[in-house]
Design a protein around this ligand. Structure first.
Ligand code: TRP
Length: 333
């Protein structure tokens, strides 16, 4: 008999063009989890509708995010990799949970407050109940672990509250979902400009995308901020130099890193050489992933089949939960 694995669920925003920060922050966690857990990884296309995007771009964005995750090593045969809008049980559970979510608590959500500041002309109810939909995504599979970053902690706490409220009102159906990460500290990937971390929206030249061409990777790395070098031996490193070492630790070999650490401490380091080395190591890391993404993106049949296979797995789990939910509420006439 095979042992029953714990259930993991997470959602991926279909905004496309993943970068190194996403890779080392999130995707690597998913890939590690796929062997140890029963995983549901979902593209959150319904959530994206809250901000009224040009929906002609949806299909391309959904395909891209799927291709990127698969190219990084997520295996659709091991996990349920699916699209939110293809599992109709989600909106059903969302509706029941909406009756348990208080307007006051939803209005206090940090992401909601940010959104109404950014889009004062579009403060819709979907935006207000965004955390309710996210809770539905998670507890639909009665998931226990949710690999997410710090920015999602409040949403996860709300999901726990909604799950508990459901259990108290109607009877025990849901486990309490909790955040999960292998390494206590999530890897923060520093940007190349010495200011903050790699991010989709901020300085494009400071962020390495998995779709970047080799020449662009080299150009970005060579532009990384440095100075004329340490003026004495064993000096502390300024932040932007620490960042370059940090990036090297992600993709370069130990001897390479050791050499530049020694050069720094001897005050003989040549940042031009160091960046050239980093650029080549980045190219070697990113270019095989980029090629895989391109191959997968061209194969629309494969993408469609993969999504359908994932949705099928997700629906099986969702149907079982919704049976319990309807029974618990009393919708079983
Ligand atoms: N809100 C998440 C984000 O912005 C995406 C998401 C949707 C999600 N549903 C989820 C994350 C369920 C974890 C679990 O990144």
């Amino acid at each position: 008999m095979t042992e029953k694995k714990e259930i993991v669920m997470s959602g991926i925003r279909p905004t496309g063009h993943l970068h190194l920060g996403n890779y080392f922050g999130a995707i690597r966690n998913y890939i590690k989890m796929q062997d140890d857990f029963d995983c549901y990884f979902m593209v959150a296309d319904l959530h994206s509708l809250t901000t009224h995007p040009d929906t002609r771009l949806l299909k391309g964005n959904v395909h891209r995010v799927l291709a990127e995750n698969i190219a990084c090593g997520l295996d659709p045969d091991k996990v349920a990799l699916y699209c939110q809008s293809q599992v109709f049980e989600t909106p059903e559970l969302y509706l029941y949970l909406n009756m348990l979510a208080y307007v006051g608590e939803l209005e206090k959500t940090v992401t909601f407050k940010d959104k109404i500041r950014q889009h004062p002309g579009n403060i819709n109810a979907g935006l207000l109940t965004y955390p309710v939909l996210q809770a539905a995504d998670i507890i639909l599979h009665r998931a226990r672990y949710v690999p997410v970053g710090k920015d999602q902690e409040q949403h996860l706490e709300m999901a726990r509250n909604f799950a508990n409220r459901f259990n108290h009102r109607y009877g025990e159906v849901f486990p309490e979902p909790q955040a999960f990460n292998y390494n206590q500290l999530l890897v923060k990937v520093p940007g190349l400009d010495g200011a903050g971390k790699m991010s989709k929206s901020e300085n494009q030249m400071a962020t390495l995308f998995l779709a970047d061409e080799d020449e662009l990777i080299r150009k970005k790395v060579m532009k990384a901020k440095t100075d004329s070098g340490p003026t004495a031996t064993d000096m502390p490193k300024p932040d932007y130099i620490e960042n370059i070492f940090g990036l090297m630790k992600l993709v370069s070999g130990n001897e390479v890193i050791g050499k530049y650490e020694d050069d720094y401490n001897n005050a003989s380091i040549r940042y031009g050489d160091m960046k050239k080395q980093l650029a080549e190591d980045m190219v070697n890391f990113i270019s095989p992933i980029r090629s895989k993404i391109a191959v997968i993106l061209k194969d629309e049949r494969y993408l469609k089949d993969t999504m359908e296979k994932g949705a099928e797995k997700a629906r099986t789990s969702a149907k079982a939960t919704m049976h319990l939910v309807r029974e618990a509420i009393g919708l079983n006439y």
